[in-house]
Design a protein around this ligand. Sequence first.
Ligand SMILES: [Zn+2]
Length: 380
Amino acid sequence: MKRASRYGLSVALLLGTRPSFAKPVSTLTGIRISQSAQEHTRVVFDLTADIKHRLFTLADPHRVVVDLEGARKSEAIAVSRRKTSLLSGLRSASKGNDRLRVVIDLQGKARPRSFTLKPDGKFGHRLVVDLHATNLSPTPIKTSQQQRSQRKNYFVIALDPGHGGRDPGAIGKGGTREKDVALSVARKMKTLINRTPGYRAVLTRDSDRLVKLRNRVKKAREAEADIFVSLHADSFHKSYVKGASVYALSLSGASSEAARWIAKKENASDLIGGISLDDKDDMIASVLLDLSQTATIQDSLELGSDVLSQIGKVSRLNNRKVQQAGFAVLKAPDMPSILIETAFLSNPTEEKKLRNPKHQHKLASAVFSGIREHLKNRQV
Ligand SMILES: [Zn+2]
């Protein structure tokens, strides 16, 4: 199912073929544009094979240049003709025999970020270019406008210590409570993150209180978090079971909750993969949500696996692969989200380790390393 043609946003451009000498390895078959919010536009390049790309910005007028190495344009390419508050147009030209240059004309200054996605379900290889506004108009509702305008210079990591207040989570034989361990690790991570240039951390709770799952996600979104990490500790009736696990959302669990999420219009920025849903009916809204969530889940899985391999250096792993489940707290469609079960509190050895500040610090550092590893490939 092609989203662009389905909603009449696309137009087929017939282009003359030119003789080609070198062998392009990938064909650009479509370009999709979507706008999630005033300050965010997403451009998706649909490709037949994975490619290398290079991206840079130019001023006067502001534009983003994307060079696709080893790519050529399909003769019948579907290009979204949509304009957004950031994007005013698209142009492309072949550069030599094996490079395709696409120029994204901007309405003003914007910060691009790019990443690639592997084939997944109905989608093939994709290159995603996210444009973020760098100068935002004042929004009186926000507490700090200064914070917003500087915001684009760093990644925001939302840390979500599970449970809290009257919900202790799992409790070990030695009395260790999941809610305390999670908060402890989150605070250590926060310190590490805020000490690192280019990164900021926000906690969804910073005290021993119970926060509703939805409000945790809401808080992260309000902070414009780029990544959401929920921290937990596991428990099982067999005490010998041990090791860490990382979870991402599963699609089957996603759609109903996602549709509900839309229906309730919990958040003004309803933007799902970049499409404003204001003027679409609920059914289309849920389809779009699924599509964009597919991309986010893919991103979450990649994030999860980067984090998992770092945790593996300091802890035993229960699962060597990222697991998928329908955790409500992971259902933010526009923010790669993972849930980490750091260890089993039901295992006496792991309980002891988990309450040790030194081990907590190691864990915090490992998770952050994984996040940085993940974001490194997405930075321009
Ligand atoms: Zn938990």
